[in-house]
Design a protein around this ligand. Structure first.
Ligand SMILES: Nc1ncnc2c1ncn2[C@@H]1O[C@H](COP(=O)(O)OP(=O)(O)OC[C@H]2O[C@@H]([n+]3cccc(C(=O)O)c3)[C@H](O)[C@@H]2O)[C@@H](O)[C@H]1O
Ligand SMILES: Nc1ncnc2c1ncn2[C@@H]1O[C@H](COP(=O)(O)OP(=O)(O)OP(=O)(O)O)[C@@H](O)[C@H]1O
Ligand SMILES: [Mg+2]
Length: 246
């Protein structure tokens, strides 16, 4: 694990040098993926890395976990509360839709949820321009393959150090880096709505996705869910379709 960590740290340093910028930042949620990235970028740039906490009706437990990440990694930090901006933007869009089309709490849950991820992205890029830092993404291969991220939200980043690692490998890296056991053991969640967990929403588990990606046999129904997700989200992984002049 030491070798992989050293290689990622060097790769991060090279990306910053190549870009001619000063350092790196990441959104710290209190979840595992961003915890691992926070530790890695702190190692790459001890004085020029930033963990950004962006609560949005965030539960105390997750704030506590995010603070543990900041403490244990030793990364510089900033907190910007997005609860009010999200409420203002969501209700304003809803009000200005034509009558009868206004957002409905239930059916537009996903629209409001994805707006959270995109507000976080906008905030990270505002800080990125201020500090001259690259925005580091946290996607692992399991999320990437299934497209389980918001296009231009948490998927809107500059570089992806964990893209070739499964969720289980990210957990092992977290153990090695000294991520708090409460974070290593908790259920992955996008926290886009109350009680959301990745595995409930997807209808399959990271263990099954990881096994599928390693070419192992998994139950037919899980295989179908994974393949359907992959197909439906192809557009998120491809270059933008554009019209070709004849
Ligand atoms: N074929 C196509 N070609 C080009 N573009 C296409 C398209 N189909 C849809 N689109 C566009 O894509 C949009 C839908 O994609 P998107 O906006 O991403 O939304 P969508 O994939 O519907 O939802 C995002 C999913 O990622 C999950 N998520 C989000 C954020 C963080 C995490 C986490 O793990 O932390 C998880 C979230 O819970 C949800 O299940 C459509 O509104 C449309 O604009
Ligand atoms: N409250 C938050 N503050 C700052 N960044 C956030 C917040 N919520 C989500 N993010 C960003 O969005 C990314 C995607 O969330 P995701 O849930 O996939 O990762 P995670 O929370 O780090 O790990 P896990 O998947 O185990 O919950 C996070 O890694 C983080 O960079
Ligand atoms: Mg999470």
């Amino acid at each position: 694990m030491q070798k992989i960590v050293d290689e990622i740290v060097k790769w991060l340093q090279e990306r910053v040098e190549e870009a001619g910028l000063n350092g790196l930042l990441v959104g710290v949620s209190g979840g595992l993926d961003s915890a691992v990235v926070a530790h890695l970028i702190q190692r790459a740039f001890p004085d020029n890395s930033l963990g950004v906490m962006l609560p949005l009706n965030t539960k105390l437990r997750d704030m506590d976990h995010a603070n543990k990440v900041i403490e244990r990694s030793g990364i510089n930090d900033v907190t910007i509360d997005l609860t009010e901006p999200h409420e203002a933007m969501y209700s304003s869009i809803s009000k200005q839709l034509k009558q009868g089309n206004a957002f409905n709490e239930e059916s537009d849950q996903l629209a409001g949820a994805n707006l959270r991820a995109r507000l976080r992205m906008s905030t990270l890029y505002t800080l990125s321009a201020h500090y001259n830092y690259l925005v580091v993404g946290t996607d692992n291969v399991s999320e990437w393959y299934t497209g389980y991220f918001t296009k231009y939200g948490d998927g809107g980043v500059d570089i992806l150090p964990l893209l070739e690692f499964t969720k289980q490998e990210v957990r092992e890296m977290g153990e090695f880096l000294g991520v708090h056991p409460d974070i290593l053991g908790k259920k992955p969640s996008a926290d886009l709505w109350e009680g959301q967990t990745d595995e409930d929403e997807m209808g399959t588990t990271y263990d099954k996705i990881d096994a599928y990606l390693k070419g192992e046999e998994i139950p037919e129904e899980d295989k179908k869910i994974i393949e359907d997700m992959h197909k439906r989200t192809t557009h998120k992984r491809e270059p933008l379709p554009h019209f070709h002049r004849s």
